[in-house]
Design a protein around this ligand. Structure first.
Ligand code: GAL
Length: 976
């Protein structure tokens, strides 16, 4: 047993923690190719300096992503027996070694070896001399090594153990990824040991106060832009200063100078205060449009590059995100620099999560065991000291999901004393004793409403603590679980969050899918890939970005829902500035008027300066809008034309560091003229019988089954009723609980059988059918009515639920259907889709804010959303008409009455449902269409509430109509 691995010390030989500083002193970057040797169990004895036979690996990096052993993913479970602080005998260990040359001019008076992050425990030797040990994976550690360095060639050896006592504090829902995964640097011994900037802003006077604590106190501080030079500890009043905020991230460059060393710091003036039960910055309550961000790269794991960090932040800003919780550990320090620069509010979270103790009913939880207090406090201290100079960091989070524990009291007390200038956050102690916020995760809307009105139930027995908790502001630490297709309900959340001042916003779970690309594997890997018994499956594939950082439809929806500018038109056109500080002067407002999706006029809107929190009436470029937008209804007839829409867009007027001029920040659409619905009289002419075929309006039907065989000469299969969809992660609920899929399967919706009872030919063709699963008495009576109309064929589908949908003594009730529509197949030659309706991306009942009415075109392949785990996707809503054509532009046109929902894919729903990875989806010899009246909402039940009643597709009698027309080569831009 190697005692430093299992003891409760944070490390040995480490220097005191201090700020991450940019110094003019010499430094040596030790990243790059290192020698490496893997041991399935820790070897005995030190790392020898002279052996041959080493492999090579990249530092920063994780050996499990570079061909050694394998990565492990668990959500809550420890992948080893719970026996704190002991580790399993099989403790994968990586010996790392690197030779380096000390430059000739390297200062003689010492050196510091700095590791930004090593998972989970390591020992260091320099030139064969043992230097120290450290734990705390996502935290820096520094060692004095000056005494053992020699001129010229030196050798650095690092033994890294995957498991340690520290692992019991690192049970975050993510991959376990051992290795030296952040930078390694050799620094000349600093003169400026530490800097702590205190830069306050007085929103009443517009002045700032600056005090900088420095070690040593002989240093000088200069802020050239403000003409300041002063000594550490001195308080300098600045009569006028521009404040820092996430909206206007104004930074002042400063230098701290001592003994020939210059340290660059960037100062942001801002004051964080809890005032009147709310978190305020610079005197104003904040509202978080936040996301939870893990560090992830599909190839490099948590060894993310600075480019990827910048990309994350640019994407956040581009999608109107204004806050990030660094779930669930302090990020690479460069990330926080970028947050200061680009402007994000940050909750910096400590590297502590003991979630796996749920399996012992929290027996032995380190958070409540004073023996673990030093190790936990060490983590808090290392985070706070490292990150204390970032204006973007306004809240320290003590931990994630570690239950209640006395040690949090220790952490909170130390932090409040060390840094009274920031707020504290911890969600999982239901007394909230150590938190400045009341917070929950995945809270249902009705409970959120109660919290907003402070009428939530009592949660703490102690009346004083309960009164304190009730007076706290509320922040949703996590909500809207973005697993697979979803989250649904973002707009509903936003409405409630914006309604009550106590609710200061929330953080969507989570930013990016944690899929990994491993050598020799085509698809993204998630838990279970290696046949391991304990794993979290695809629960880490729950991000707003796909693993390669492509935005998912969920992120586009979020962008629309949280837009910081809202453009409304009830009596008049109003531009609302939902920001906290800035005006909208950085935006310009463009408008376009379209007739049936084709532009008729456009221009720029005159918008005066709009102060934060204010709405300003502007002159509309058109006279009036339609009284109300017609909802989808069956009494409208196909072929509607003449729809007029006004679209107003707020775009960046100038380039920003995170997006170019022209980038769209917000938009709104107003219907000016509703579609006219010309009555389409049926053309005279009865159904014609020809052998075993019946013909009507360009369709050829099987006389016996009533099945459509050909449509305008194109071979087709059906359409017939379809109620099923390939379940989404959110349909499936959490581990089968709260699962619509379970309810739907119990009702046999995935195994419906179709029986045709009558085929009646006359002026129209009527096919009567009963659709029902084996073993149950519930059924749907379906009547398909086909009738010839001018240039086409109209289908009306009437469905009547029959039997025991309400359940019986032994079968559960089935209250909803996944979808209601028809499914049909057309030849694989159909490859292009043009439509007028919602788009350009997929949309569902409770995730449709980002869809705007317009004309769109793409291929069938482009209609698919490539969820890492395949599931229902790609549906386009409010489609008035769609043209599905082959390479020559010939095919089919489908019209709704007025709308339908369109899905087209090269595989069946059943194939989609069976697929576990993208590559399981193989194009077949058909294109499968779903033409739906509606689909059930998405919800976020994979970890949260299901689709709400408003977005439930109820089991009920319904009628819908579709019109099919031949479409041939008229080319793009054809107005119907
Ligand atoms: C939360 C947890 C996250 C993640 C999420 C579900 O409980 O804090 O780390 O597990 O649930 O994906």
């Amino acid at each position: 047993m190697t005692s430093y691995v299992e003891d409760l010390l944070p490390g040995t030989g480490m220097r005191a923690s201090r700020a991450w500083l940019r110094s003019s002193n010499p430094k040596l970057d030790l990243n790059g190719r290192w020698q490496f040797r893997f041991w399935p169990e820790p070897p005995t004895g030190p790392i020898a300096d002279d052996e041959d036979g080493w492999d090579e690996l990249e530092v920063p990096g994780h050996w499990v992503l570079q061909g050694y052993d394998r990565p492990r993913y668990t959500n809550t479970a420890f992948p080893f027996p719970i026996d704190p602080p002991r580790t399993p005998a099989a403790n994968p260990t990586g010996d790392h070694r690197r030779w380096f040359d000390l430059p000739d001019d390297w200062p003689r008076d010492g050196a510091v070896l700095r590791f930004e992050g090593v998972e989970s425990c390591f020992k260091v030797w320099v030139n064969g001399v043992e230097i120290g040990t450290a734990k705390g994976s996502r935290l820096p550690s520094e060692f004095d090594v000056g005494a053992v360095l020699r001129p010229g060639r030196n050798v650095l050896a690092v033994r890294v153990h995957q498991w340690s006592s520290g692992s019991y504090l690192e049970d975050q829902d993510m991959w376990w990824l051992p290795g030296i995964f952040r930078d390694v640097t050799l620094l000349a011994r600093p003169v400026v040991e530490d800097v702590f900037v205190h830069a306050d802003y007085d929103h009443l006077t517009g002045g700032g106060t600056l005090r900088v604590a420095v070690e040593p106190s002989s240093a000088r501080i200069v802020v050239p832009e403000l003409g300041l030079e002063f000594a550490p500890g001195e308080t300098v009043d600045i009569p006028r200063v521009e404040p820092w905020s996430a909206e206007v991230p104004r930074l002042y460059d400063a230098q701290v100078v001592a003994g020939g060393e210059t340290v660059d710091v960037r100062i942001g003036f801002r004051t964080v205060a809890m005032a009147d039960g709310l978190l305020t910055v610079n005197g104003r309550p904040l509202f978080f449009r936040g996301v939870n961000r893990h560090e992830h790269d599909p190839l490099r794991g948590r060894a993310v590059s600075v480019e990827a960090m910048r990309q994350d932040l640019a994407l956040m800003k581009q999608h109107n995100v204004n806050a990030v919780r660094t779930a669930h550990y302090p990020p690479h320090p460069a990330f926080l620099d970028l947050c200061d620069e680009l402007g994000l509010w940050v909750i910096d979270e400590c590297d502590i999560e003991t979630h796996g103790f749920i399996y012992t009913d929290w027996r032995g939880n380190p958070a409540d065991d004073p023996d673990w207090a030093p190790m936990m406090l060490d983590r808090m201290r290392r985070m706070v000291e490292r990150d204390k100079n970032h204006p973007s960091v306004i809240i320290w989070s003590l931990a994630n999901e570690s239950d209640r524990g006395r040690n949090f009291g220790t952490l909170a007390a130390w932090t409040r004393e060390r840094d009274p200038g920031r707020a504290l956050f911890y969600e999982r102690d239901r007394s909230y004793e150590f938190s400045d916020f009341y917070s929950l995760m995945y809270t249902p809307l009705d409970e959120l409403e109660r919290i907003g009105t402070r009428t939530e139930e009592v949660t703490v027995d102690d009346p004083a603590l309960e009164a304190r908790r009730r007076a706290l502001p509320f922040v949703l630490a996590e909500y809207a679980h973005a697993m697979g297709n979803g989250p649904g309900g973002l707009a509903d959340y936003q409405r409630v969050l914006e309604r009550y001042p106590r609710l200061q916003g929330g953080f969507v779970w989570e930013w990016i899918d944690h899929g990994l690309l491993l050598p020799g594997v085509t698809d993204y890997v998630y838990g279970g890939h290696f046949g391991e018994r304990v794993h979290g499956a695809n629960f880490c594939i729950d991000g707003l970005l796909f693993p390669d950082r492509t935005p998912s439809p969920g992120l586009l929806e979020l962008k629309k829902v949280i837009e910081p500018v809202r453009i409304t038109w009830s009596d008049c056109l109003v531009v609302h500035n939902l920001q906290t500080f800035g005006t909208l002067d950085h935006l310009e407002f463009l408008w376009v008027e379209e007739l049936d999706g084709v532009e008729v006029r456009s221009g720029r809107l005159e918008v005066p300066t709009v102060e934060a929190g204010v709405g300003v009436e502007v002159v509309a470029p058109v006279e009036a809008k339609a009284a109300s937008v017609p909802a989808g209804s069956a009494d409208r007839l196909a072929g509607s034309v003449g729809e007029r829409w006004l679209t107003v867009r707020a775009v960046l007027a100038k380039d920003q560091p995170w997006a170019a001029a022209g980038h769209e920040v917000a938009w709104a659409q107003f219907q000016l003229v509703a579609a006219a619905s010309p009555e389409q009289s049926a053309v005279p002419g009865a159904v014609v019988s020809r052998g075993d075929l019946l013909e009507v309006g360009g369709g050829e039907f099987d006389v016996r089954t009533g099945r459509l065989r050909r449509l305008f000469g194109m071979p087709v299969d059906w359409p017939r009723l379809d109620l099923w969809r390939a379940p989404t992660d959110n349909d499936n609920g959490q581990g089968g609980k709260n699962s619509a899929t379970v309810e739907w399967r119990a009702a046999g919706l995935d195994r419906l059988k179709h029986r045709v009872d009558a085929v009646e030919a006359g002026q129209e063709l009527v096919v009567r059918s009963r659709v029902a699963p084996d073993g149950l008495g519930s059924a749907v009576a379906v009547t398909y009515t086909w009738r010839a109309v001018a240039d086409g064929l109209r289908l009306t589908v009437h469905v009547v639920p029959e039997g025991e949908w309400q359940g019986t003594a032994i079968t559960p009730r089935c209250g909803s259907w996944p979808r209601l529509g028809v499914r049909m197949a057309v030849p694989a030659a159909v490859q292009n889709v043009r439509w007028f309706g919602g788009g350009p991306g997929e949309a569902y009942a409770d995730s449709r804010e980002a869809a705007r009415v317009g004309r769109y075109a793409c291929t069938v392949d482009e209609l698919q959303t490539p969820y890492v785990v395949p599931q229902e996707n790609g549906s386009r809503i409010d489609v008035r008409w769609a043209e599905l054509t082959d390479a020559e532009g010939n095919g089919l046109r489908v019209e709704g009455a007025p709308y339908f929902q369109l899905t087209a894919r090269r595989w069946t729903t059943e194939e989609l449902e069976r697929a576990r990875h993208r590559s399981d989806l193989v194009p077949g010899d058909r294109v499968h269409l779903n033409l739906d009246l509606a689909q059930h909402g998405l919800g976020s039940a994979s970890c949260g509430p299901a689709a709400t009643a408003d977005h439930t597709l109820e089991v009920a009698e319904r009628t819908f109509t579709l019109t099919f027309r031949e479409f041939g080569g008229q080319g793009p831009g054809t107005v119907p």
